[in-house]
Design a binder for this molecule. Structure first.
Ligand code: FAD
Length: 431
């Protein structure tokens, strides 16, 4: 049987490995972290469970829902309850009809004038895409500051695709047609959010953990805390790999890690692409909190976090009864001082959480655990497509290398996309 090495035990790598082991292939999954899940892993301490930001499953594709149902037997169905903090108020996001009347009157008038005067034009970047669809006024009020804070990049230099994905994701609706202004107004202002999401009973990592268990049951092997240290090629084919100095012959390799890491192993030039990291400040709160949102976005530059997530609102099993698992998320590039010293923000985050009414008293913070997540988002600058094509053109010359997954394809995607991608890559190998 052919020997396949899958690099990365995220959703994509695990899905591919599952399908291949089930088909009888000899599969080895190599994961650099201590456990499976990739960006869909969870952190557990003292009965509290924290995912990496808000994570829930949603799909309309039967192939993906069949896979989820095969793997995840015990799950709950949850609605979406998300918000934004704007004009010193908490508002539903997407905005609910009652929230429209809580916006400052001058903003409402300006938005209406924008809607009437606005000319449709082909957008060239994030700023133009959002202004076109949500009006210049709303762009200025929220999206500009949020993007500057989140990506640390000028929205004029960010690709319109980032806006398209982010906006469509914020307003998931089966009937949504984002090309029509009237549909968009309907979605933003009048739509009742009826979409439901799938969540495991306790922590999103239950899903990848179940896939891992199934892989091992079928005879596949998962190595954690390990990386490939050398790749040996002949005639543009990867012949063998070395892990901790031990060489192994392989037939095919699926790579879901970063494009930089594989390029380095193959002695190729460094791709001109940047990923964004995120730092999670996971708080054990010894009381229930009154916040009505599963997660809430904060665009104000003086507030240190971009998002607060309350995991106890995803599942009551994510924290002991009467307590809350709360996360403040701060995105940052690799070289940012926050990445190197995340402790510097702790006191400011606590003070802001108190000021914003997220917690009532500092004494309710029982413990804090800081987790640093590498390569959480691809940064889609204006020229990213050209730079990605350049990197891929070099990687594509290796006959038995399959690049896959969110990080491997430099793809701003969701878990359901990674599942499809994993299934497709496995099918390609099976032929
Ligand atoms: C904050 C946040 C919120 C999200 N919310 C949602 C949501 O609500 N719903 C949804 O569907 N999706 C959501 N997503 C997206 C979802 O997490 C991803 O689409 C999915 O987990 C990607 O899986 P993947 O396997 O393709 O990639 P990854 O998860 O990136 O997996 C890559 C794996 O490779 C490993 N690796 C990297 N380099 C190496 C190496 N050199 N050697 C060995 N291993 C290596 C990594 O550790 C990782 O385990 C969210 C993402 C983020 C960051």
């Amino acid at each position: 049987m052919k020997k396949i090495v899958v690099v990365g035990a995220g959703i994509c790598g695990l899905t591919a490995a599952y399908k291949l082991t089930k088909a009888g292939y000899k599969v080895l999954v190599v994961e650099k972290e201590g456990n499976s899940g990739g960006l869909a892993r969870s952190f557990r301490y003292n009965g509290y469970t924290f995912d990496i930001g808000p994570h829930r499953l949603y799909t309309k594709v039967p192939q993906v829902s069949n896979f989820i149902n095969d793997i995840l037997k015990e799950k709950i169905i949850i609605p979406r309850k998300s918000g934004i903090y704007l004009f010193s108020k908490y508002l539903d996001w997407p905005l609910s009809p009652s929230d429209i009347f809580r916006l400052p009157v001058n903003i409402l008038i300006k938005t209406c004038v924008d809607l009437i005067l606005q000319k449709k034009m082909e957008p060239n970047n994030f700023k133009e895409y959002v202004s076109n669809r949500y009006t210049k006024t709303l762009y200025k009020c929220f999206f500009e500051n949020y993007t500057l804070k989140f990506l640390k990049a000028d929205p004029k230099k960010v690709h319109k695709y980032w806006a398209k994905i982010a906006l469509e994701r914020a307003a998931i609706d089966e009937k949504l047609n984002t090309n029509s202004l009237s549909e968009l107004i309907y979605t933003m202002f009048l739509r009742k959010n009826t979409i439901k999401f799938i969540y495991p009973i306790n922590g999103i990592d239950t899903f990848p953990n179940k896939i891992s268990a199934a892989i091992e049951e079928y005879g596949g092997k998962i190595l954690t805390n390990k990386e490939i240290d050398k790749i040996i090629c002949a005639d543009q084919k990867i012949e063998s790999i070395s892990i901790s100095g031990k060489e192994e012959k392989i037939d095919d390799i699926i790579w879901t890690g970063s494009i930089h890491a594989i390029s380095k192993l193959l002695n190729l030039p460094k791709p001109r692409l940047d990923y964004l990291n995120t730092v999670l400040y996971n708080f054990e709160i010894d009381t229930e909190i009154e916040n009505k949102y599963q997660w809430c976005y904060f665009s104000d530059k003086d507030i240190p976090f971009v998002r607060i997530t309350n995991y106890s609102m995803f599942s009551k099993y994510n924290s002991p009864k009467g307590t809350t698992a709360l996360c403040a998320e701060v995105t940052c590039p690799e070289k940012d001082s926050v990445w190197n010293n995340p402790e510097q923000l702790v006191e400011k985050i606590k003070t802001e959480m108190l000021k914003l009414g997220i917690i009532n008293q500092i004494k309710h913070i029982k413990a804090l655990h800081i987790e640093k997540i590498n390569e959480a988002y691809p940064i889609l600058y204006l020229n990213y497509e050209t730079n990605l094509a350049e990197a891929n053109s070099r990687l594509k010359t290796y006959r038995n290398l399959y690049m896959a997954g969110r990080t491997g394809l430099f793809w701003y995607n969701n878990m359901d996309h990674s599942i499809i991608n994993g299934l497709n890559v496995a099918e390609k190998i099976i032929g």
